[in-house]
Design a protein around this ligand. Structure first.
Ligand code: WQD
Length: 344
């Protein structure tokens, strides 16, 4: 085994796909998740894919006593990937204190426990949200961090500052901050995928549920932006490509290849895709129409943002491999599997 990795939020969308890649890379994985936005069934899905059942503990990262007991029980944890956080932009505007408490107290607990138990490597799940509305695209890691447009985005900015300030000389661990663009898709086995609670906030789950007839039609939030077809542009990254970057980041730190106490990498394809392009590509690859209507802009939406990924390519040794077409196809296959199982 390459060592034991603790994955907080490991039954979530990105977390579960990352657990699969960690196991396939030879790591022993312990999942911690409070199941506030995911199901323990995901552990079964992971086992079906890899044949290895990860250890699972239903714990809230805000409960430091329970987390400390887990560290004592598990012993030699080499690294931690911290996904556990509340992540709905709109909800964060309605419940800011929940977001600041949940997202920041959990981080502070993890950082304290890494020192207490001499953990060597820390990967933090951040977001391109920290860039706000960029002046120039593609955004690179040195692009200015803009004032956050939501409490969710602000918790990511504050978290990054805490990690930077917490990495004082003598800290036992190195950190890598990964700034995701828009993660989409599902494992090709369709054993795991994105399973949002209630009405999806993000674009692709709403597209697949509309294609399935679960939603009557998709609202496209604005086509009057300064973009070629008027709809917003994002950098949609396949969730498996994204997961593989986490393995690369851990290896980099565990093999002592880090060049600084804290390193930051953008994780994207480097290409922008508009909302309407995504919808049309989905129909092209699946043959399924997606009824939609153009409505007003969604408050807080950024017009266009996509990633400059040379640093991840050249320094981390990682780049995306999957195309938008196969990614959309994987999301549709996942939606079909959910229907087959009677889950949606
Ligand atoms: C994408 C585009 C919408 C839904 C957020 C967070 C980011 C990450 C991903 C956590 C936008 C449009 C959407 C719909 C639409 N979250 N859209 N109709 O807002 O870019 O990013 O989620 O990790 O940190 O900021 O993603 O999928 O919500 O929106 O037209 O029903 O799709 O306007 O242009 P977003 P999204």
């Amino acid at each position: 085994m390459k060592g034991k990795i603790l994955v907080t939020g490991g039954t979530g969308f990105i977390g579960s796909h990352t657990v699969v890649e960690l196991q396939e890379a030879g790591f022993d994985v312990v999942i911690v998740d409070n199941l506030s936005n995911s199901s323990a069934d995901v552990v079964d899905g992971i086992e079906k894919i890899t044949g290895i059942r990860p250890t699972f503990a239903k714990i809230d990262c805000n409960d430091i006593d329970a987390m400390r007991d887990l560290f004592k029980k598990e012993g030699n944890i080499s690294g931690i990937i911290h996904f556990a956080a509340s992540k709905a932009v709109g909800e964060s505007v309605q419940k800011p204190m929940l977001y600041y408490r949940n997202n920041l107290v959990s981080l502070l607990n993890i950082m304290d426990l890494m020192t207490e138990f001499n953990v060597k490597a820390f990967v933090f799940s951040s977001s391109c949200t920290v860039y706000g509305e960029p002046d120039v695209n593609p955004v690179v890691e040195t692009s200015p961090v803009k004032p956050a447009l939501s409490p969710y985005g602000n918790t990511k900015q504050i978290a990054e500052e805490i990690i930077r300030d917490g990495s004082v000389p003598g800290t036992c661990y190195k950190s890598i901050i990964l700034r995701y663009f828009n993660p989409i898709g599902a494992h090709p086995s369709a054993e795991i995928g994105e399973l949002p609670n209630g009405v999806p906030q993000n674009l692709l789950p709403f597209v697949t549920q509309t294609a399935m007839g679960i939603r009557k039609e998709l609202s496209v939030f604005g086509d009057d932006y300064n973009t070629p077809d008027g709809s917003c542009i994002r950098d949609y990254i396949n969730v498996i490509d994204l997961a593989k970057a986490h393995v690369k980041a851990l290896d980099r730190m565990l093999e002592d290849k880090s060049e600084a106490p804290v390193e930051i990498f953008n994780l994207g394809t480097g290409t922008g895709v508009s909302v309407l392009e995504l919808i049309n590509t989905f129909t092209k690859v699946t043959g399924v129409e997606v009824p939609y209507k153009i409505v007003g802009r969604r408050e807080g939406d950024i017009e266009k943002v996509w990633g400059g990924v040379d640093k991840a390519n050249d320094v981390l040794g990682w780049k995306t491999e999957k195309t938008l077409e196969e990614t959309l196809e994987s999301a549709w296959k996942w939606q079909l599997k959910l229907r087959e199982r009677g889950l949606m």
